[in-house]
Write a protein that binds this ligand. Structure first.
Ligand code: 5GP
Length: 184
């Protein structure tokens, strides 16, 4: 399971890790009630659903975990993850810290990796460069980053600094391979 502040580059890292691990890995696609950003091309980032549909799925216990982040719901569909785990795959969840702790309670063997920015200033810059948020939303995401980092420090098994993308990808792959080896 991989978490990290908005703009840290975790989506890029997750996609690349799954691509390089090939058939061995599966990246879970979350469901969300937030609006699709103009920069999102519909290339499978999320399943975008209305709030009433999300709430119906909560009632039907269709989520392995879900959380309300920045006023919107985000959740991991349970069926796909269970199918992939049953097939022996390494499943990667890209979720926030609250969701990470819920997933850990359900799957205690899960390893939790947190992606850190090299500095607060750099995170601010990456968020601006990404150009997805307005100013108010950036401030709330930066505040959230500080509290997530504090919580991750306590609960996550691995912290990876994304200062060089290629290096961060390789570190995550090394962690996964080491953990998979340890389980055998
Ligand atoms: P964003 O709106 O930037 O795509 O995502 C906002 C936050 O929601 C990020 O911290 C992201 O990791 C988290 N998130 C995305 N999908 C899920 C999910 O399925 N469950 C939970 N708990 N958090 C998620």
């Amino acid at each position: 399971m991989i978490s990290g502040p908005s703009g840290v580059g975790k989506s890029t890292i997750c996609r690349e890790v799954v691509k390089r691990l090939g058939d061995q890995a599966y990246l879970s696609v979350s469901m969300t009630t937030r609006q699709k950003a103009p920069t999102e091309t519909g290339g499978g980032e999320y399943w975008f659903v209305p709030r009433d549909e999300f709430e119906r799925r909560i009632a039907e216990e269709k989520f392995l975990e879900y959380a309300e982040v920045f006023g919107n719901f985000y959740g991991t569909p349970r069926d796909k993850v269970d199918q992939q785990l049953a097939a022996g795959k390494t499943v990667i969840l890209e979720i926030d810290v609250q969701g990470g702790r819920q997933a850990k309670a359900i799957y205690p063997a899960t390893k939790m990796i947190f992606i850190l920015p090299p500095s607060h200033k750099e995170l601010e810059k990456r968020m601006q460069d990404r150009g997805r948020e307005d100013a108010a939303s950036s401030v709330s995401r930066l505040n959230m980053a500080s509290s997530e980092i504090a919580a991750a420090w306590r609960y996550y098994e691995y912290m990876v600094i994304n200062s060089n993308l290629e290096q961060a990808i390789n570190e995550v792959i090394d962690i996964i391979q080491k953990e998979n080896g340890d389980q055998k």
